[in-house]
Each structure stands twice: as C-alpha cells, then as structure tokens.
Design a protein around this ligand. Structure first.
Ligand SMILES: Nc1ncnc2c1ncn2[C@@H]1O[C@H](COP(=O)(O)OP(=O)(O)O)[C@@H](O)[C@H]1O
Ligand SMILES: [Mg+2]
Length: 235
C-alpha cells in the first residue's frame, strides 16, 4: 500500500482537484484506491466524491471524511495493505497534526500555481545567492529528518506546477527558478505540470474527472496526459 499525501501550506493551489483526478486515473488502471479527506471542516474532496458516488454511471470512490479530532494512525491501521493507493488531501495548516499526517506519506505531491505568493512558502527570499526555506519547506524538511532518524522510510517529494498559463510569462520563469532552487537544496523533483484548463473547474458538480470524458478533443487528451505524467512518478 502506498500513501500519497497531497499537501501545501498554501490554499487554492489545486490539492483537492489533483487528488480527485489521481484517484479516478489510478482506479481506471485497476488499482484499488482509498481517499482520505483531511481538510476539515472545508471537506472539498468529500463533496466532490459524494457528487460522484451519487451518479450511478460513474465508478464509486471509497473515502473517509476525517474530522479534526480523529487520528490518522488509527484510520490507516484499519485497512493496512488492502488498498494499492491511499490518497490524503490535506489542509494548509501548520500544526503538529498536519505534520504528523505528512510523516505517514511515502510520496508527497505539492501543487503550486505559477505565482510568487505561492512559492514564498517554499523558498522565502529574493536572493538567488542564499537559499532560505519557506514555512512549508521547513515543515517537510522536519518530516524528512524525523523519518530518517526513526527509520520509518523515506519521503519522496514531487513539486507539481498547476494552473500553468498557456503563454510563457516572465513571472512563470521566476517561479520555475524558485522551484529549481528548492529542488537543488531539498532534493525534490519538479514535475512537468498541469495547464490552467476550464475543464478542471467545471467537472466538480457532476463528480466527474477528465478520465470520465469520452470525447477525444485535444484539450481532454492533453489533460489526461498531464495527470498520467504524475502517475508515472507514483507507481
Ligand atoms: N489545472 C487547473 N485548471 C483550472 N482550474 C483549476 C486547476 N486546478 C485547480 N483549479 C481550480 O482552482 C481552485 C482551487 O482548487 P482546489 O483543488 O480547491 O485547491 P486546494 O484544494 O488546494 O484548496 C478551484 O476553483 C479549482 O477548480
Ligand atoms: Mg482543498
């Protein structure tokens, strides 16, 4: 069983959207998946899954909507090894509980939009001569260190540029530069990323993902390919 945490210390970067698309993509590859929505009380992923499970023509997603006072160890313990992948959609809090959930991950995927406001939680300086980790990078670093010290495995960290503008802008170049700095110091991998596509916004209500779309338009195929790119790093 592989535990994938979708986390970032910043809200609105696409954590729930990516979680849902990964769940359905993996399921379409005959993998047994389970979702944990650890973003109480917002519970966006829960709502997305409920919208999906209501639709009889779509595959069901099994899930747990975690309340703030619940313990992740007990939840994961219940179905140890029964699933191929457990995907945990996290909140952007910086508390001990959030840090502890990170420690359960084999793989951490951090979606980041192409905005310097987002990268600030990863790399918090303008100077390229000196690397200063942002608050979220500090949290991940701590988790990595703890995992090595208590021999509970390693944490692979993937940075996922999301909502990328189709046109390359100077801002985008600066963001990529920041991610490269972070990757150099913290050994994370920068994924090819996901474009900003209306498709990702409009499917929520129906509970569908791009993997439920039957049309072969260029944008649908390209979006599927973008999600599959992430999966090639998860398997
Ligand atoms: N690749 C994308 N293209 C277009 N819109 C996106 C994309 N990814 C996410 N969104 C939209 O961005 C907003 C924030 O996404 P969400 O998944 O709720 O982020 P988070 O879980 O990090 O708060 C939502 O309105 C969502 O529909
Ligand atoms: Mg969310």
């Amino acid at each position: 069983m592989k535990v994938i945490v979708i986390g970032n210390g910043k809200g609105g970067t696409g954590k729930s959207t990516i979680s849902m698309n990964l769940l359905v993509a993996l399921q379409s590859m005959n993998k047994k998946v389970y979702a944990i929505d650890a973003d109480a009380p917002q519970h966006t992923l829960t709502q997305y899954i409920q919208n999906r499970n209501f639709n009889k023509n779509l595959s069901k997603i099994e899930y747990k909507s975690m309340q703030y006072d619940e313990n992740i160890d007990q939840i994961l313990h219940i179905f140890d090894k029964e699933y191929d992948f457990v995907i945990i959609d996290l909140s952007c809090h910086y508390d001990k509980k959030t840090q502890h959930i990170h420690s359960k991950a084999d793989l951490l995927i951090t979606p980041i939009t192409d905005s310097l406001i987002d990268t600030n939680v990863l790399q918090s300086t303008n100077s390229l001569e000196q690397f200063v980790p942002g608050a979220y990078a500090e949290l991940v670093w701590q988790v990595k260190k703890n995992k090595i010290n208590d021999k509970s495995g390693s944490l692979k960290w993937l940075l996922l540029p999301n909502r990328i503008n189709i046109r390359v802008t100077n801002n985008q170049k600066k963001v990529i530069q920041k991610l490269k700095e972070l990757s150099k110091y913290m050994g994370c991998i920068i994924l090819p990323g996901i474009k900003d596509r209306v498709l990702f916004r409009e499917l929520f209500e129906s509970g569908k993902t791009i993997f439920d779309l039957k049309n072969n338009s260029i944008s649908t195929l390209a979006a599927k390919q973008e999600i599959r790119n992430i999966i090639s790093y998860c398997i």
